[in-house]
Design a protein around this ligand. Sequence first.
Ligand SMILES: Cc1ncc(COP(=O)(O)O)c(C=O)c1O
Length: 289
Amino acid sequence: MEFALLNGSIIERSEAKVDVEDRGYQFGDGVYEVIRIYNGKMFTATEHLKRFFKSAESIGISIPFTNLQLKEMLQELLIKNNLETGNIYMQVTRGTAPRNHLFPTENVVPTLVAYTIKGVRPLDGLKSGVKAILTEDIRWLRCDIKSLNLLGNLLAKQKASEQGCFEAIQHRGQDVTEGSSSNIFIVKDGTVITHESNHLILKGITRDVILDLCTKNNIPVQERSFTLVEIESAEEAFLSSTTAEVMPVIEIDGKKINSGIPGPLTRKLQDLFKLEIEKQCGVLVDNVL
Ligand SMILES: Cc1ncc(COP(=O)(O)O)c(C=O)c1O
């Protein structure tokens, strides 16, 4: 039997239901988070929970639990669902109220839901790399909030998939921002470059781990926006996310990067990232290389 967390109670997943007037369902009025699980343990849980509370606060939703209470409930959910490898998905919405664009005035309790999803590491992509397309970034201007409103992201991802690609790399005019569900990095003259964290991208937890690994290992790094010309002529490219880890990009819009094989710095960061996972969650049995 699978369980889910609904407003502080762990119940049978099939019983976890929300009202049709939940504002998440009607307006996407809420935020979400995904935490990766390896060997039954949460990876970078502190960082994800911090971002969850920050996203909620930035749209005026007050999560009715402390960070620690939520972490303990998620831990209990993990154990009840006996999850070894996969993700915990959680979301909080402004709650249920008669449909109205305005925030409800009376005391409406936010709806908090979490459940687990089984899922192995994407080893084929990690080994061989993936293809991507470039597409105009049509999203709103608060991409730093991990909002439930993902329509722009979904349209981009769907377009990529229909062209046989893993990811859509978005750009505003000449400036590359991020993937539809990932951050994007390039390597130029041996320097790792990724968009600075501002309102145009989500400050990925994986992105932050990678930047930290670069600094600790004397790999030159720059947080700045880069152009379409720069990505097209990049020595290496990779994307990062909770589920995709450090994912080599070997082709963009049909043009090969590094002759179509994952580059040496990307490989090094994959190794360092794996060690980081193992520090927190124990040894990973599956190897990328
Ligand atoms: C738009 C977007 N950017 C970046 C990321 C990567 O963030 P993280 O590394 O925290 O998973 C995600 C992850 O879902 C995302 O949806």
